[in-house]
Design a protein around this ligand. Structure first.
Ligand code: FA5
Length: 341
């Protein structure tokens, strides 16, 4: 027999014996494998030993050396498999560690989910995005210019009463006058218009703060979605269309909305927006045509552009959608409530 063929047979023998021992899951199959590969009478190793004798005499030393190496490897691998079974492991190959029972049910992990208000905010952004509104952001700590003055709320206006706002005792670095937690997202209208030339089509959703007493429909911290659209020839009919499209997208086609005449210093005319709630109505926001004074305060020309703005209560929308009757549920952090969304 040629030396090269003999060496090849040794390699094949080694690979299949090591693989077979590693696969054995119990003592019976390991013993059968031992007899097959290492059996003294008719095992493969014994057959290979006989082949060794058929090599040319000058090739015998090399063949013999390799034979002994392979014999040692395979015997080692047998001993390792025997020790593994002895220690109680049933699986072979690379598996290490404790026994694994694949028939046991898996462990369910509590991974939590987004708060219902966060989910609502994402959905509102999505709906308004489809109506062509992009998202703008503004700070929660504001100065009086953005929270009041530029919104046409003069110094003596009751909305600026310290009892109706959370004024801060620290003053801002550059801000003139005191700082406060914003009481409405209308502040972002001003910030956007200060930085962008018309046309404008944005929403802004975020927290606002008012020292209101908490009851079923009020909370001292809540969220508003502000909308602002400025362009040429924008009318009240556009406002109504956008709000109706928004309400039916979010709440379904059986929802009705109505406008009631109202007053906001920064819109003229102004309306309060209600939506149907069971047999009655619930107010979910204020809106109107942006007052020319506001357009002027940010450097827009009211002769050239007009626009509408609205500010909606996010909690109220979510309550209407899920028939939640008390706004305080959102902030009690009771997982039995939160888990339902
Ligand atoms: C405003 O805040 C105006 N900035 C809205 C506006 C924007 C008008 C742009 C015109 C143009 P109002 O104070 O009504 O308006 O608040 C708007 C909505 O916020 C209310 O309709 C209500 O849905 C919600 N809201 C007001 N106060 C609370 C509160 N304490 N808790 C929960 N939601 C509230």
């Amino acid at each position: 027999m040629a030396l090269s063929d003999f060496l090849k047979q040794l390699d094949e023998f080694s690979a299949s014996a090591v693989e077979a021992f590693g696969r054995c899951g119990d003592a019976g199959s390991l013993e059968s494998a031992r007899i097959e590969f290492l059996g003294a009478k008719s095992g493969t190793l014994r057959a290979l030993q006989k082949q060794l004798g058929t090599l040319q005499s000058d090739e015998k030393p090399q063949g013999g050396k390799r034979f002994n190496e392979v014999k040692r490897e395979v015997e080692e691998s047998f001993k390792t498999a025997a020790a593994r079974l002895e220690s109680g492991e049933s699986t072979g190959g690379a598996a290490k560690g404790p026994r694994f029972d694949p028939t046991l049910p898996g462990q369910a992990f509590d991974i939590g989910h987004l708060h219902p208000i966060t989910q609502t905010i994402e959905e509102l952004k999505d709906i308004m995005g489809r109506l062509g509104f992009s998202v703008a952001d503004g700070p929660e700590v504001e100065d009086e210019r953005h929270n009041f003055e530029a919104l046409n709320i003069p110094l003596e206006h009751p909305a600026r009463d310290p009892l109706d706002n959370f004024y801060l005792s620290v003053a801002g670095k550059d801000a003139k006058g005191p700082l406060l937690l914003r009481s409405q997202t209308s502040t972002v209208q001003i910030r956007v218009m200060e930085q962008t030339a018309p046309p404008v089509r944005v929403i802004s959703i975020g927290r606002v703060y008012r020292p209101d007493t908490a009851d079923a429909t009020h909370y001292p911290m809540f969220h508003q979605m502000e909308g602002l659209l400025i362009d040429r020839h924008v009318t009240m009919a556009d406002l109504k269309t956008v709000l109706r499209l928004f309400a039916t997208s979010y709440l379904g086609h059986d929802v009705h909305i109505r406008f009631r005449p109202s007053f906001f210093p920064f819109t003229e005319p102004s309306v309060e927006v209600d939506m149907s709630w069971g047999d009655g109505w619930i107010e979910f926001g204020g809106a109107g045509m942006v007052d020319p004074n506001v357009l002027q305060s940010v450097g827009y020309d009211p002769e050239q552009v007009s626009g509408f703005a609205f500010g909606l209560g996010v909690e109220r929308l979510c309550m209407r959608r899920h028939r939640i009757t008390d706004i305080r549920e959102f902030y009690r952090n009771d997982v039995r409530f939160l888990r339902q969304f």
